[in-house]
Design a protein around this ligand. Sequence first.
Ligand SMILES: Cc1cc2nc3c(=O)[nH]c(=O)nc-3n(C[C@H](O)[C@H](O)[C@H](O)COP(=O)(O)OP(=O)(O)OC[C@H]3O[C@@H](n4cnc5c(N)ncnc54)[C@H](O)[C@@H]3O)c2cc1C
Length: 493
Amino acid sequence: MLIVKQKIEYDCDVLIVGGGPSGSALAFHLAKNGTKVIVAEAEKFPRDKVCGDGVSPIALSELDKMGITRTNVFAKANEIKKVGLFLKDDEVYINLSKPEHLKFHARIIPRIELDNMIYGAAKNAGATFMENSRVLKYSISPTAAVVTVKTVRGQSTIKARMVVGADGSRSTIARQLRGSKPSDDYQLLGLRAYYNNVNGPTDRVDIYFSEEGFPGIFWMFPKGKSDANIGMAMVSKTFPKKPDHIKNLLQNHIANHPEIQKRIGTGTLEAKMDGWPITFYNKSQKLCADRVLLVGEAAGFINPLSGDGIQYALLSSSWAAEAIEKCLAQDEFSEFSLNSYVKRVNREVGFDFALSNLLVYFPKNKTLTKVWMQILTILISRAKHDKEYADIIAGIFEGTYPSYKALTLPFILKSIKQGGTDVGKAILERLNHPNELVEDSAEVIHSIFKIIDEVKSNPEEQLKWAGTTLSKTATVAGHLITRIDLNKIRNHL
Ligand SMILES: Cc1cc2nc3c(=O)[nH]c(=O)nc-3n(C[C@H](O)[C@H](O)[C@H](O)COP(=O)(O)OP(=O)(O)OC[C@H]3O[C@@H](n4cnc5c(N)ncnc54)[C@H](O)[C@@H]3O)c2cc1C
């Protein structure tokens, strides 16, 4: 019997929704190998994006493969060689070592420039961009993905073999695929302000922790010769509730922190503070379905500890390109075929995201802020005289090391030892000043009563927090078990 296969006309092989770093990088990889790609982007390039503008060494390696590190914009961008960590009146300055396998130190590249370069590279590789085109929804049939796009001329549809959601933290495609928007448990709020005419150094980023701003961090990233990107990121929901709106927290920090004041000097705010949500990885939610896949922040690929997302946007695009090219070759786009991408994601970053998620979820409970401040004091104290230890801490914030680098036995033992030394020193000092010892004891007792009061006043939230923390710890433990090298243990026995 003769089987006649109907020839289907497609507008493109792959329709990518969103032309940020993940969408444009994916368009670059696919188009350079001959795949017909259309990118539908809601805005027009060059376009800005609220960000810290910190581009990690791993992200730079990906950009290098795309030829973007050979541009003038790249050559002019500030190279970051130091990081300052500030907590209360303590501080440490760490010289960043560069791991040998990475070619560049981190750089500060304003997103209006960075994203425009990736977009340019994708266009040169042959991708078609539809700008000012917002995707409203998609539908999947056995033979195609059909996407509805809104432009100034009205609505139209595009027919593709598959659709990729690269539309960022408020992704329309992720919402449709997953059936809901991201929960507060997986979101941070970010704020960014550009300042002009600030003081140097131009090769040092500063990160500030404070009790009022916790659980959140403030940053100052030098941009160009005399400008800066100043901002803050904080989990969306804490309990007891945050004492203040995040914008007030950033304004107070800028007005009152002596170190940031020194760096701002006579500098002025360029325009206004802009905010944007940051969505991070929820392992229980889908990354793909038949003919649909998510990359970058639409998929939640962010390290919530450092706020780093550009490197994961670029890496996930190159993993997705490999999986999609196989599907195109076999003309098979089922969820099962796309699952090689999901496996790759879990293998490469699953543990890192699980650990970062746990570390960010823990301080949502503001009852324990004082404990966290103490842990940070210990980290800073050790980093002052232990270069290897300092490198790991700086590397986690810079995005050079995954956060599980901190969960090695030597790192934990050094932290515990430092904690013991600091406590010992404090006791000795207090023994020489008995009056202060009495004051300290009163403060400790007051803190313990405060914690008990807060637990009693909000038992449901506290229980939910404890349950979720336990389940996140179990996920991390699961990853740890699969990584345990039994041979190493046998050798030690
Ligand atoms: C305050 C803040 C500070 C940050 N600092 C850093 C940092 O210093 N370093 C770092 O590595 N990361 C940082 N991040 C994270 C980083 O911004 C993201 O990880 C990164 O932008 C993700 O890239 P993406 O391409 O996946 O998404 P995006 O860059 O968000 O791009 C998504 C694109 O999709 C378009 N779009 C959205 N919806 C639609 C639609 N329906 N139809 C068509 N187009 C659509 C948007 O216009 C946009 O161009 C920060 C984030 C925030 C909020």
